[in-house]
Design a protein. Structure first.
Length: 178
């Protein structure tokens, strides 16, 4: 005797649901690292753009420095909600150029320690080189003897992936995946 089947059995439904769950899990696991890396690359690009904007303003010499602190520069600032990158002139952020809020999942690490507070650097008028207005010398950001660049690292909170950002005495910005 033959029976007509009008639907699916419970076992067939369970198999379909388990296969769908397995595929969704595999998709999520493979997508999360790509999303983290995308946020990291976006933050690196935003810092690069802020640096280039400040350097471009300094090279144009739109304002003449009146004091040692009246130079265009960049400020990275960490607060309770995350890190912000701003173009500054003197001690204040420029209203004409909006600050950029980095992804909250990104940590800025300076010389092995997470940024807590502010990190600032300035650019020389005319040349656009990173500049120390106090000593009146060109320097890499956070540089030590011999003009070595700072160890500025952007990393996802989980620790991987990470990108090292170096700003050299001539103003060039170099990035390297770690």
């Amino acid at each position: 005797m033959s029976y007509a089947r009008n639907g699916m059995t419970a076992i067939e439904i369970m198999v379909v649901v388990s296969v769908a769950t397995l595929l969704a899990t595999m998709g999520t696991v493979s997508t999360l690292p790509a999303l983290r890396k995308g946020r990291l690359n976006q933050s690196v690009t935003e810092i690069r753009e802020v640096c280039e904007a400040a350097r471009r303003l300094a090279r144009l010499g739109a304002r003449t420095p009146a004091t040692a602190s009246s130079y265009y520069g960049v400020r990275l600032e960490r607060d309770a909600t995350g890190c912000t990158a701003s173009v500054i002139w003197g001690s204040s952020a420029m209203a004409a150029i909006p600050s950029v809020r980095l992804s909250p999942l990104i940590d800025v690490v300076v010389d092995g320690t997470a940024l807590n507070g502010q990190l600032e650097w300035r650019y020389d008028y005319g040349s656009g080189f990173p500049y120390d207005p106090v000593t009146r010398t060109a320097r890499g950001i956070g540089s030590g003897p011999g003009g070595q660049p700072a160890s500025l690292v952007l990393q996802v909170r989980s620790g991987r992936p990470a990108v090292a950002v170096a700003i050299y005495e001539v103003g060039l910005i170099s990035t390297q995946e770690l």
